[in-house]
Design a protein around this ligand. Structure first.
Ligand code: ADP
Length: 501
């Protein structure tokens, strides 16, 4: 990839960091231990701020606050229209603070500022509004019983929810979880990722300003094995919603099983295939494939990390892809010309580079990239990287790399494409590029994945359920499906005419 040498690191837009403490019962507080941890700017490796390090005792306090708010507070008891009004206000406050919020995710996660400002943060507000619109339309059914009973269902908030959030989309993924849970009338404890705690604390402040009652939304910053594990193993949390790696998802589910059998939903890793057929527009297909893997520097669970191209256009697609990868601009995510910022931290940076080394040793052909980018000798930048001739049993094709690394292969028939696309433990998403409706429909139904994009990629929407098959997890974020995740169904049965039974 090419890169911007001048103004590697701009500081103009960096907001002052106002919120660095845990948010429990409506107040910003230090952790009980008094410990803090550093959050790092991946553009430079420099420390941005020290953040309160929550642990089990802090989670206990947050859960207690959430329980009190659920058992005795107004939130679950408010008419849905009232919760909606407050959530709409919360959304308005987010709109008024778009620049600050986008900048926080840029310095914390290396995300593109222009994208955050134009897309990610405004979408967070729109997600809140989507669920606010549903808050006064939550109702059960009247049942048709086979005997003489009057019976109906009630949908009730599931209780205290734990949300564990990853670092790649600190704002988007936070709101995919808290918005439906808030609309449902739940109370909650959120743990943002330790790499990206800044925006979640800012949102907590806005939630309070909007009028969300104390104790409804608590934020405990800290590490996974301590604060995260305290949430997943807590006896007084009713449900847990997790997004992150499959490895940690397994731990969360295990902790839930070992503790109180809380309801679990998991949105985990992916190794999503993009299948390009001979009749595709080559320019469009190459662009989809490239953006599919390089968007958000490959730190995206639905990245098109395996690309299958039919033999008739394979050579041309490869040529285009390499050209485009070389022209892709890597650099400071505050620079509007830049398309790819730094990887989130040193650990991810090194992990990605070690996968690239594996790929070379395993016998895949490196077409372009493969090295770190020395931008002023600082920061965690990696060249857009494309391997070809991969086999599904290679590590670079099996594991989620979570970086700008594409594995490319040639196929002959539709059956071969389906078979190879499904040869993965994951099932989060897939893409198909073809003008042939029959091919698109057949492949859509044959791929075991939660989302299929035909002639598009990353087409997310508030109304479009999102989640995994296989080891990509279960449960859906987005859409009304996600609202139901935070609702219990209660059946109420009463005999008619005092029928003896
Ligand atoms: P990644 O591997 O991409 O960093 P993780 O799955 O490790 O993603 O992290 C996602 C979230 O899960 C983060 O908030 C992290 O702190 C949390 N986490 C990590 N380990 C655990 C654990 N053992 N229990 C609960 N949460 C955890």
């Amino acid at each position: 990839g090419s890169h911007c040498d001048e103004s590697l690191v701009t500081s103009a837009k960096i907001p002052t960091i106002k919120f660095t403490k845990l948010f429990i019962n409506g107040e910003f507080v230090d952790s009980i231990s008094g410990k803090t941890f550093e959050t790092i700017d991946p553009r430079t490796g420099d420390v941005i701020a020290r953040i309160a390090e929550g642990d089990k005792e802090d989670v206990d306090l947050a859960v207690k606050a959430a329980h009190d708010a659920f058992d005795h507070g107004p939130w679950p008891r408010l008419p849905g229209s009232e919760r909606a009004r407050i959530l709409m206000k919360f959304a308005d406050l987010i709109d008024q603070n778009v620049e600050d919020l986008a900048a926080l995710d840029t310095i914390d996660a290396g995300k593109l500022f222009s994208m955050g400002k134009a897309v990610d943060i405004p979408n967070v507000a729109s997600t809140l509004r989507y669920y606010a619109g549903a808050a006064d339309k939550i109702h059960g059914d009247v049942l048709k019983m086979s005997r003489e009973f009057h019976a109906y269902t009630l949908r009730e908030p599931i209780g205290v929810v734990g949300h564990i959030i990853p670092w790649n989309y600190p704002s988007t993924l936070l709101f995919l979880k808290i918005s439906p849970a808030l609309a449902a009338g739940c109370t909650m404890v959120v743990k943002p990722a330790e790499q990206t705690p800044l925006s979640a604390l800012y949102y907590a402040h806005l939630a309070k300003q909007a009028g969300i009652p104390d104790g409804v939304l608590n934020v405990v910053t800290g590490f996974g094995p301590t604060a995260g594990a305290a949430i997943s193993s807590h006896m007084d949390i009713d449900a847990i919603s997790f997004t992150g790696s499959s490895e940690v998802g397994r731990k969360v589910m295990h902790a839930a099983a070992e503790s109180n059998l809380k309801v679990v939903s998991l949105e985990l890793g992916g190794k999503s295939p993009l299948i390009i057929f001979d009749d595709a527009d080559i320019e469009v297909a190459a662009q989809l494939a490239l953006v599919g893997i390089l968007f958000n520097k490959g730190e995206i669970c639905v990245a098109s990390s395996r690309v299958y191209v039919q033999e008739g256009i394979y050579d041309e697609v490869v040529k285009k892809l390499v050209e485009k990868a070389k022209a892709w601009v890597v650099g400071d995510p505050f620079d509007p010309k830049v398309q790819q910022g730094p990887q989130v931290d040193k650990k991810q940076f090194e992990k990605i580079l070690s996968y690239i080394e594996h790929g070379k040793r395993e016998g895949a052909t490196l077409l372009t990239g493969g090295k770190p980018l020395e931008l002023g000798g600082k920061g965690y930048y990696i060249e857009p990287t494309i391997f070809t001739d991969f086999k599904e049993d290679m590590l670079i094709a099996k594991d989620e790399i979570f970086g700008p690394v594409m594995a490319l292969a040639k196929f002959k028939t539709i059956d071969e494409a389906i078979e190879r696309a499904n040869k993965t433990k994951y099932g989060l998403a897939a893409g198909i590029v073809t003008k042939d409706l029959n091919v698109a429909n057949t492949v859509s139904r044959s791929i075991r994945a939660g989302t299929i994009w035909i002639n598009c990629y990353f087409a997310f929407d508030n109304d479009c359920p999102f989640g995994g098959y296989k080891m990509s997890g279960f449960g859906r974020d987005s859409g009304l499906e996600a609202l139901h995740k935070y609702l219990h169904v209660k059946s109420v049965v009463t005999p008619l005419y005092n029928t003896p039974w």
